[in-house]
Design a protein around this ligand. Structure first.
Ligand SMILES: [Zn+2]
Length: 148
């Protein structure tokens, strides 16, 4: 499972490339923002699980994890041509590539939001065991970052 340190290293590397290419602050910070904020969507599933009285529904939504957003950012970049969109796209793609490579998935299309939606957001797309998907949701909110 990808840890925050892996995302920090990748995002910092991409931010450095942005700094070298643009010399501007906003496009440089953009990959750091998009490379980290994406995992904030774990809070959605955490809150949903807590609100249900910790009853596992066997579902994980992760609404910000989806290659569709990268395609959308790419199209927006083509239309607006802004360097900050390049930075957001780099950070976002860097995050998903790290997740795709390091996280356990049971289907190659798991990181497509539309695919997960079509399948009903089953947690078994992310793990081979039914209990593993609730490990991070059974912990405290302050320790949630350890499972990103
Ligand atoms: Zn992630």
């Amino acid at each position: 499972m990808a840890r925050p340190l892996a995302h920090l290293v990748v995002s910092t590397g991409l931010a450095t490339l942005q700094w070298i290419q643009t010399g501007r602050l906003a496009p440089t910070i953009a990959p750091l923002i998009s490379g980290f904020l994406i995992d904030g969507d774990h809070l959605v599933d955490f809150a949903r699980y807590q609100a249900s009285g910790r009853k596992s529904e066997g579902r994980i939504v992760l609404p910000l994890h989806g290659w569709e957003y990268a395609i959308l950012l790419f199209l927006v970049r083509r239309i607006l041509g802004k360097q900050i969109i390049d930075g957001l796209l780099l950070g976002y793609v860097g995050h998903l590539v790290v997740d795709q490579i390091t996280n356990t998935t049971t289907h190659p299309l798991t990181y497509f939001l539309s695919f997960r939606w079509w399948r009903g957001f089953p947690s078994n797309l992310f793990t081979h065991t039914s209990e593993a998907h609730v490990d991070w949701m059974n912990g405290s909110l302050t320790e949630l970052w350890k499972h990103f």
